[in-house]
Design a protein around this ligand. Structure first.
Ligand code: ZN
Length: 128
């Protein structure tokens, strides 16, 4: 008798656990749109409408910021060996090609050889 009662409790616990996991995964994969809210992103480019998607694009934003920092450092190093003149082309920094494009949208970074400034044209990345 006690054994079958234990089994019953285990089954109820398992079902409750599965129900909780189901609700949580709906919230993760559908974001605010899952519970009747409007599905929209807080980002300027409108990407990442789910919780997981938002986390993924936040991480890629950080990669873009890091790429721009690497490119700016490399541009300074090239300028130091060139009488403080910024290089005519961003590729003179000799970084791998993935450092010259935004990891979110794939746009090439905009480089101005006149002042040596580089920026990302992706929406929301203007201040990086
Ligand atoms: Zn970017």
């Amino acid at each position: 008798m006690t054994q079958s009662k234990t089994r019953g409790n285990t089954l109820v616990g398992l079902l409750a656990t599965l129900a909780i996991i189901a609700v949580l995964s709906v919230a993760l994969f559908y974001g605010s749109g899952a519970f009747g809210g409007e599905k929209k992103s807080s980002r300027a480019d409108g990407k990442g409408t789910t919780v997981l998607g938002a986390a993924k694009y936040a991480a890629k934003d950080d990669v873009c910021r890091s790429n721009l920092g690497q490119v700016r450092n490399a541009l300074q190093i090239v300028a130091m060996t060139n009488e403080d003149q910024p290089p005519a082309d961003i590729k003179e920094t000799k970084l791998p090609s993935e450092f010259y494009v935004c990891p979110v949208g794939g746009e090439a970074y905009e480089y101005n050889p006149a002042d040596g400034l580089v920026k990302c044209p992706h929406p929301g990345h203007g201040k990086y």
